[in-house]
Each structure stands twice: as C-alpha cells, then as structure tokens.
Write a protein that binds this ligand. Structure first.
Ligand code: UD1
Length: 424
C-alpha cells in the first residue's frame, strides 16, 4: 500500500524460497527515473504542481526532503503530491541526503534557471562507477553560466541564461535533463544535439510543456525556446519500464503466464526482443502486456543508450542467464563498474568470469539458495530473480537498495505466486 508519508520500510532482508512458474497479474508503478527529474523540475515555478501516481520508494522520499530543504511546500494526499515553491533557497542544508541520492544533481538546472545561482555538494561517485558531472557543467556553461567546484561543493551562477547551440559528446540522461530544464527559462533558443532519447526524457519534456515550456522534441536536436515563466500543472508520469522489464523477465524464466498492466511495449522493445528471440511469447494489449514464458535460454547482451538494451536491466538478465543451459555474455558499455552482483551470484553457485567490461556466464540450469547482499538497486533486482528460481532459500540483505527504486516489489511478486517475505 502506498504510504508516501512513512519514512522507510521496516525490515532490511528479503527471504525468497525458489519455486515454480509465476501466474497472475499486476500493475506497474510510475517510473523512478521519470518522476525524479519531474520532482526537481517542479522548482521551476512558483505555482502549485501536482504529480499523480507518485511511487512509494525511498528515492522519492529523499527528493521530498531536498525539495523541503530548498523551501518548497510538499503536501501528500494518497499517491498525489503537490509542490509549491513560493520562495527558494539555492543551497541545501541536507548535505547527507544529497550524498545518498545521485538524482540530487537534477536540482542544479532548475535552481540555476530560476534563481541564477546554485551551490550543491557533489553527489559523489557511487558503487557502479565514478559518475562525473562534467557534461552537466559544460551544458550550463554553454548557456552562459560560470561554475567552480571548491571543497566538494559545486557552485554555478549566471543570470539570465542565454540560449545557445550545445552538442553532448555522450547522451547522458541526467545531463540532457538538466540542460533542458535550465534552458526553459533562458533568453532565446537552445539547440541541444546528441541528447539522450530515453522515454523518461520525453516524459520530462511533456511535463515541462504542460507547464508552458516551448520545446520541440525533434530527437536529432531538441529545440527549447526560453519563456519568461512557467505555470503550475497536474501530471501523471509514465510507468516504470525497468520494473516492467524485471517482471517480464521473471515471468519468462519461470515458464508461467503473467499480465502486466500499465506498460508501454514501445519502451520495452530491446528487452522484449531479447526474450522473444529466446522463445518467450509477449503480446501487447491496450496498455498491458501478456507474457508466456518458456524458461531461461542463453543470451548475448550489450547495454547501450536507448533504444539499445538498458544498462539497468543487465544485472537481472545476467541472473536469468545462470538458469539457462549454455554460455551467455553480458557486455556493459555504460558504467565502468556495474558487475557487483557477480560475486553475490557466485555465492549461489553461478559460474561467471569477468574480462574487462564483459561477463561470461556458463549456465548449467540451476542455482542454489544462499545468504547474499544487494550491493546496488539493480543488483538487488538481479538477486530477487536468482532467488525466485534457485533451489532452496535465499536471504537478501541490504534491501534498502531495492526500496530505493522498486515500489512494493515483494507484494507484486507475492501476487504472482512467489514465495517471498520481508524479514523484520
Ligand atoms: C540515469 C538513470 C540510471 C541509468 C542511467 C543510464 C536516473 C535517475 N538514473 O542515470 O538509472 O542507469 O541513466 O541509462 O534517471 N557521464 C559522464 N559525465 C557526465 C554525466 C554522465 O561521463 O556529466 C557518464 C557516466 O559516468 C556514465 C554514463 O555517462 O558512464 C551514463 O550516465 P548518465 O546517462 O548520465 O546516467 P544518469 O543520468 O546518472
């Protein structure tokens, strides 16, 4: 049940007893990666912004803490949240939250655009890689801002920002979002080339347009004509393609039949294509998908920016490959250190070797239950997939990582027939 006012879910471990096919249906929650930039973008206006179907995940609650620290009034009613920011602080006292939440960097664009100045602690590296912010800063500079980083604080200033041409040398999702948000209130027109084209970017653009922003999303070049001010809005972000992908994968490996509501097949093409090549049947109907699984098969996965195979799905797919009979490969091209789940899967009997950014999986059809630790969000999802089909009992520690991004994940799996319990 949604409880956006409760601070954290009780219990830090999940117990899963491996079992048979999954059957049933469930509704996919709102996308974490769509709602986080939208929450940050709400600071672009003094008028009330209401966001519906907000997922009950800890990254969202940390965004609320930061919004309040910047001076916003955040009121929650069921799964709707209204944010009103009459006046704003451009530095946040909640440094501990900023360090925990990578998406805090998304406040830079809106604060710079609205107030002409922002100072934030660097969000820092994280376990999946160093995660620099150079592309965000280059984008702000292209719009006429100046920036310095001193003692772990990044300070950017410039008012008004000026529209310009900017080419992103890599389609960073976060940098694309920050540059679009900052350009909405700039003087003149910004032409952003080389931008990321993930569905969450389209959703942010649609949200900003609903606030009165003038954005022409041409894919090869996003054109943002600056306006003097933005208005309030009512908006429901898109559903979570990574949560959907994880449940589609679970259904496929289980050999069962599952219906997932509130899904967009166009967002899931690379994931569905991979599974359909391996024999899973997937039928879109209305806003739903029916998945008829056929067990695990060896796969070759290469992560790449959208419309390629999502890096956020490579860990769960690697877990699935362990249940196939034969050799699979997973090549991670986006993040430098996104194989932390491998050591945990090995505790369950997986035979995986890593060379550079490629993992070689020698699948022999089964894993056994073990005590394992979620090292990051998607690694946690991978361990759930492993535990669902392993022989015996798996206990996953540090599930706060899973709670960061998957809403009521164990409830959804329970509904589909999994044997899963949160241990308090
Ligand atoms: C977003 C998603 C995350 C997903 C990732 C890639 C959110 C909240 N998070 O993260 O779930 O895994 O996209 O699809 O939406 N880079 C630079 N300089 C920069 C920015 C990025 O070198 O200034 C590099 C990063 O180190 C990384 C790559 O670009 O190697 C991709 O990062 P990016 O697309 O920015 O990911 P995020 O927006 O942080």
């Amino acid at each position: 049940m949604t409880n956006l006012t409760q601070s954290a879910k009780p219990g830090k471990r999940l117990k899963i007893t491996g079992g048979g096919p999954l059957y049933g249906e469930c509704e996919i929650s709102t996308s974490k990666n769509a709602v986080l930039p939208i929450l940050a973008a709400s600071l672009l206006t003094t008028a009330p912004v209401t966001i519906h179907k907000v997922p009950d995940i800890s990254d969202v609650k940390n965004m609320f803490t930061l919004l309040r620290a910047f001076g916003a009034r955040v009121s929650v009613s069921g799964d709707a949240v209204t944010i009103t920011t009459k006046s704003i602080r451009t530095t946040s006292p909640a440094a501990n939250v900023i360090e925990r939440l990578r998406a805090s960097i998304l406040f830079m664009g809106p604060l710079l655009a609205r107030e002409g100045s922002v100072t934030l602690p660097l969000p820092g590296g994280c376990r999946i890689g160093s995660r620099p912010i150079d592309l965000h800063i280059q984008g702000f500079r292209a719009l006429g801002a100046k920036s310095v980083t001193v003692n772990g604080q990044v300070h950017a200033w410039g008012h008004p920002l000026k529209g310009s041409h900017f080419y992103l040398r890599f389609p960073s999702v976060g940098a694309t979002e920050n540059i679009i948000m900052s350009a909405t209130l700039a003087q003149g027109t910004t032409f952003l080339e080389g931008a990321a084209i993930e569905p969450e970017i389209d959703d942010l653009i649609n949200f900003l347009i609903s606030m009165g922003a003038k954005i022409d999303n041409r894919k090869s070049c996003i054109v943002i004509e600056g306006v003097d001010e933005l208005s309030g809005t009512d908006y429901t972000p898109i559903s979570d393609r990574i949560e959907a992908g994880t449940l589609i994968l679970a259904a496929a490996v289980s050999g069962g039949e599952v219906r997932l509501h509130r899904t967009d097949a166009t967002h899931l093409k690379p994931v569905c294509d991979k599974l359909m090549e391996a024999g899973t049947e997937i039928f879109p109907f209305g806003g739903s998908l029916k998945v008829r699984g056929c067990g695990a098969c060896p796969m070759e996965i290469v992560s790449s920016p959208f419309p390629g195979f999502p890096t956020d799905m490579q860990a769960p797919f690697m877990a699935a490959c362990c249940f196939a009979k034969g050799k699979s490969t997973v090549n991670e091209t986006i993040f430098e250190n996104r194989f932390l789940h491998v050591e945990e899967l090995k505790k369950m009997g997986a035979d995986i070797t890593i060379e550079g950014n490629t993992a070689y999986i020698n699948g022999f059809g089964c894993l056994h239950g073990a005590e394992v630790t979620a090292t990051d969000l998607r690694a946690g999802a991978a361990l759930c997939i492993a535990g669902l089909f392993a022989q015996g009992e798996t206990v996953i520690d540090n599930i706060y990582h899973i709670d960061r991004g998957y809403e009521n994940f164990e409830d959804k799996l329970l509904k589909l027939g999994a044997n899963i319990t949160r241990l308090s």
